[in-house]
Write a protein that binds this ligand. Structure first.
Ligand code: ADP
Length: 627
């Protein structure tokens, strides 16, 4: 659902004092008195500098994580009102859509730093407002020079039983588990909210309820999950860690359910997941996890979230990790000590171009991972935890194993705008309208296949089995009708029309679909291998049985960096191992910051499983640790 937020000038101080979080402004006269002298001065200065505006409302369209409309109303000398229509990610971009317009109005300027972890959203808002300022005849450069000034807070020291660094999926699973073990917990998070990459995920979580009817109907088992995970990573994953992952996956789902998290019925095959064993939460994307963890925290005391605080160095005393030194929001020093253990859960390094290039040079998995290659990750995912662990002697493993997806948004690299639901429902075609790869195969093989296509660009093509009414949402909570209206997806009554819209030769597209359909329906191709080795044509519930149900849909996609499988070495207790093979006492790690589980290629749907399984183990063991 598209969200609209409005912020009015002068209303801010009163709104903040009254803690109003709604989207309507208060009448100016009730709030003017509450405006501070500093705000008034800033506003006057800005107006003097800009030489004022041509009063009116101006509109700009920009792209954050998704398309966004920015409407700014100016009086002669002030930015009066900013309305954003956006669909930014809950917990990541959305809070910035609340805070940044308030800041702009408060200081009457654009000299505001992008919010860590939500750079795309922040810059989109700043660009949109700047565009409107220009349209209104204002001086953008002068406004950029008006800075938001923040006084530096006092240095601070805090202590808890367990300290968790990073409030993504693994960190929050660890925090809740430690709290369930009766421990007080402090969670240090660099950005202004919990979520990390986990919040941006499509939501698929692989887990097999061994021996259940669902598993039996799909010839699935924990053993088969093990085999596909281990072989899918070219047998590079540590077998014991892989076993720990698959054997505890279903228990992880049960645990989430015990906390109130809801999953949709049935299972599906997520891209690169290789089998129908992914569970999809009822809440969109990864938001269900954080709704669940937040609900737990509302009912249970003892977890303190410390946001906008960047962990910099682990504290080591006599060879034991006892805490972490951080930089607070205002540049102050925040020292956090643990009575029991410290859990490192800072995610991977998908947004750190330097590290990507350095380690890709070792494996040469990809032609390049330079800044021209986008990422699905939030901008906060820069490998900080890997550097911190290295400083205390941790061994890093398989750092060159970097996963790409062929499913990036052509502008941002994000997964938004990806129209597929399940592997069985769609094919990929290149700009010539031809299939080029096994679309049910491994993620690395699909992406390498895409790198070899013209303009490294492809289209996902599917029919309306997934979108019977035309206004259902994709895995990223975007309505297919909105994506079509925004030109980010295409819809047509015939394949020929669809081909014309996406600019590929119609006869090739029709041929590609025909051949795929013949495989789906058995018939004359029964027993014959697909040209690209595809085996996943129809799902067990027979929802997807060929691309033959008009209207048809397509969306353009490009390669994007998704997951870094290398990282800090751990054992099955999530204890961090040093370069000499010894445990580093007091330090635990879980989630994408760790390495050696997924090998050279991670199965789709195994990352969320990783956060829950290893996050819980880390939370349990960090709670039990005593110096
Ligand atoms: P995982 O899937 O392993 O849980 P996520 O990407 O979901 O990883 O979450 C990692 C979290 O760690 C993010 O919320 C990110 O902002 C946070 N983070 C990254 N670096 C730091 C740091 N230096 N200090 C505090 N938090 C950090």
């Amino acid at each position: 659902m598209r969200k609209s937020r409005r912020f009015a000038a002068l209303a801010m101080a009163a709104m903040m004092a009254a803690s109003v979080t709604g989207c309507q402004s208060k009448p100016a006269e009730t709030t003017a008195a509450a405006t501070t002298a500093a705000e008034t001065t800033a506003a006057e200065t800005a107006a003097e500098k800009t030489g004022a505006y041509a009063a009116g409302t101006y509109t700009a369209k920009v792209t954050g994580m998704k398309e966004m409309t920015v409407k700014v109303t100016f009086s002669d000398d002030k930015i009066e009102d900013i309305v954003l229509e956006h669909e930014e990610t809950p917990g990541i971009g959305e809070p910035v859509c609340e805070s940044m317009p308030k800041d702009i109005i408060e200081i009457q300027g654009l000299g505001i730093d992008a919010v860590s972890g939500a750079t795309l959203t922040s810059n989109a808002i700043l660009d949109g407002v700047a565009d409107c300022v220009k349209q209104a005849g204002g001086d953008v450069d002068a406004l950029k020079a008006v800075k938001k000034e923040v006084a530096q807070a006092e240095d601070e020291e805090m202590t808890a039983d367990v300290v968790v660094i990073g409030a993504g999926g693994a960190g929050m699973a660890a925090a809740v588990t430690a709290n369930q073990a009766g421990k007080s917990v402090i969670v240090i998070e660099k950005t202004s909210n919990m979520g990390g990459n986990t919040a941006l995920a499509g939501g698929a979580l692989n887990a097999v309820d061994d021996g259940s009817e669902v598993a039996k109907a799909r010839n699935d088992s924990v053993e088969f999950h093990y085999e596909q995970t281990f072989k899918g990573g070219d047998e590079q994953g540590d077998p014991e860690l892989v076993r720990t992952l698959v054997e505890n996956a279903w228990d992880g789902v049960e645990w989430l359910k015990s906390l109130g998290m809801e999953f949709q019925d049935g299972v599906f095959t997520v891209t690169g997941g290789m089998w129908e064993r992914a569970h999809k939460p009822v809440e969109p994307e990864g938001s269900g996890f954080f709704k669940t963890y937040k609900a737990y925290m509302e009912k249970n005391d003892g977890i303190t979230m410390v946001y906008n605080t960047k962990a910099e160095h682990l504290i080591e005393e006599d060879g034991v990790v006892t805490g972490v030194e951080c930089t607070g929001e205002t540049g102050n020093k925040v020292t956090v000590k643990a009575t029991n253990g410290v859990v490192l859960a800072t995610g991977g390094f998908g947004q750190n171009v330097e590290l990507r290039e350095k380690y890709n040079a070792e494996t040469k998995l990809w032609p390049t991972l330079d800044e021209s290659i986008p990422s699905t990750n939030t901008t906060a995912i820069t490998g900080d935890g890997i550097a911190m662990a290295e400083e205390v002697g941790a061994e890093l493993v398989q750092m060159g194993n970097i996963q790409m997806l062929p499913l990036g948004d052509p502008k941002t690299g994000s997964l938004s705008g990806n129209i597929e639901h399940a592997v069985e429902s769609r094919i990929f075609v290149n700009k010539e309208g031809n299939r080029f790869v096994n679309e049910g195969g491994r993620r690395d093989e699909m992406t390498l296949g895409l790198f070899a296509q013209p303009d490294t660009t492809m289209f996902i093509v599917m029919d309306s089995d997934t979108y019977p009414n035309g206004d259902e949402v994709n895995n990223f909570n975007e309505k297919i009708s909105d994506l079509v209206a925004a030109g980010r997806a295409y819809k047509a009554d015939t394949l020929e029309e669809l081909a014309e819209q996406i600019g590929v030769p119609a006869e090739n597209l029709v041929k590609s679909v025909d051949e795929y359909n013949r495989h789906c329906q058995g018939g004359d191709l029964e027993g014959q291998e697909d040209e690209f080795g595809r085996t996943l044509f129809t799902d067990t519930d027979k929802v997807n049985n060929g691309i033959n149900n008009a209207p048809y849909y397509a969306a353009m996609r490009v390669p994007t960096v998704h997951h870094t499988m290398g990282g800090v070495k751990i054992n099955t207790n999530t204890e961090v191992i040093d370069t000499e093979g010894n445990v580093i006492p007091g330090l635990y790690a879980a989630g994408e910051v760790t390495g050696g589980i997924h090998g050279s290629n991670r199965l789709g749907g195994n990352a969320l499983t990783d956060t829950v399984v290893f996050g819980r183990i880390a939370g349990t063991n960090a709670s039990a640790y005593t110096k």
